[in-house]
Design a protein. Structure first.
Lengths: 278, 142
């Protein structure tokens, strides 16, 4: 008979150990966000229906990590900088070991990753989540070349790219302005509220802040960075201070009050700065 | 599982609707969603972990099928889409009810096991390692 049991994980572990259950299993993590409420049933059906194939593919990648040639290649790529391994040689190792996440991740984590290696990883190995996350985090990677990761299906990869962009936004480097703008535009097209935590504190453009604000969920944690950014427009602050949606969330009233204070200070400064007419 | 059991589960969830957040899901929505969900997993022969099945709740969900079929049988199976529909608000309501019940009793996981041995386990993320250790389970990114 089917049963539902509430318990503590530690007690569950004790029971399994007492029962002598020491078998090993493998499963697959499947991440989804239910974007479209109207076909959520279909999404779930496809997700569970496709789980076996996903598990098969994940195990293949894991087994590829254990192939002797790939273990060697991963080690060589880890030390590619110190060993002065040529780019053609690195690319050959990647071509041979592209099924191995370990090989691709080693290549992605290089200091001063060659542009050709980066491009190969983005174009041929994007299904390896860890490798793409490592690449998105790599501060020596060419930022413009990472633009395709803005639409990667995995949220961790996208967030790593967001954090990377945010770190570059603080730095003044004219040669990178084009790349920063391209990545920013790509992220804005599929903006997720959590991006604001990274991008807003480093943003100095009023219009970009307004765009991000319009796309951000109105809760205290996500809106506070906008209030604290001195480049946020007065209209944005006014909207925050009067937002009923925000006030209904935990901590929302405090953020709204803070926005009102900032707005009043700005208006006072503008008033004091205005010429006095007799 | 019979429809009466779905209704009982739905009533259980609906009674706990204020433990987490308000919900607009009716008992009928919840019963239908539970049935649709169980129909969906019935066709799944891989162990699957879903971090965000119940929107708005922090619970992670692990489905472990009964070990009853050979690999050749699995790959040749045709999947038939169920007739019942999952309502998003019902999923949230289920999540809130489970979280509320767990916290109220000081527990951190819930295990559902059916007659054939398939399991659905809901747990808080902070006990994921303990649950996986208990099950002897390794998880790979899909």
């Amino acid at each position: 008979m089917a049963h539902l049991n509430f318990t503590k994980a530690t007690d569950f572990l004790s029971e399994q150990l007492k029962a002598g259950n020491n078998f090993r299993r493998v499963g697959v993590i499947v991440r989804t966000t239910f974007d479209n409420a109207s076909d959520i049933s279909k999404q779930l059906d496809e997700l569970f229906h496709g789980a076996w194939d996903k598990l098969d593919a994940a195990v293949s990648r894991k087994l590829a990590d254990h192939a002797p040639g790939n273990q060697r290649a991963a080690l060589q790529l880890s030390y590619a900088g110190s060993l002065r391994t040529s780019v053609p040689e690195q690319l050959q190792m990647l071509r041979d070991g592209r099924d191995s996440e370990m090989v691709c991740t080693a290549a992605a984590q290089q200091k001063n990753i060659p542009t050709a290696v980066q491009a190969f990883l983005v174009n041929e190995c994007s299904h390896h989540r860890n490798a793409m996350t490592a690449l998105a985090r790599n501060r020596t990677a060419d930022l413009g070349g990472l633009e395709p990761l803005a639409t990667h299906p995995n949220g961790d990869v996208r967030m790593a790219l967001v954090a990377h962009l945010a770190s570059k936004m603080r730095m003044v480097n004219e040669s990178e302005n084009g790349a920063k703008q391209a990545v920013y535009n790509a992220l804005i097209k599929q903006f997720e509220s959590e991006y604001s935590l990274f991008l807003v504190p480093t943003c100095r453009d009023e219009l970009q802040l307004d765009n991000m604000y319009a796309l951000t969920t109105k809760n205290a944690g996500l809106i506070r960075p906008f209030v604290e950014n001195p480049f946020s427009s007065a209209q944005l602050l006014l909207d925050v201070s009067s937002s009923m949606t925000l006030r209904l969330t935990p901590g929302g009233s405090a953020v709204a009050a803070e926005a009102k204070q900032h707005l009043e200070k700005r208006l006072a400064v503008e008033r004091d700065a205005a010429p006095q007419l007799d | 599982m019979q429809s009466q059991t779905f209704e009982q589960l739905a009533q259980w969830v609906h009674q706990r609707r204020d433990l987490g957040a308000t919900t607009t899901a009716t008992p009928t929505d919840i019963a239908e969603s539970i049935e649709a969900l169980l129909n969906s997993v019935d066709g799944c022969k891989a162990a699957v972990m879903m971090p965000s099945l119940f929107p708005g709740s922090e619970l992670e969900i692990l489905y472990i099928p009964a070990d009853t079929e050979e690999r050749e049988q699995i790959t040749s199976r045709h999947f038939v889409q169920g007739e019942k529909r999952v309502v998003p608000e019902a999923l949230s309501a289920i999540g809130y009810a489970l979280v509320g019940q767990l916290k109220a009793a000081g527990n951190d996981m819930a295990e559902y096991k059916d007659d054939e041995g398939a399991q659905i386990i809901a747990f808080f993320p902070q006990v994921r390692d303990t649950v996986l250790q208990a099950l002897g389970m390794s998880l790979l990114e899909g």
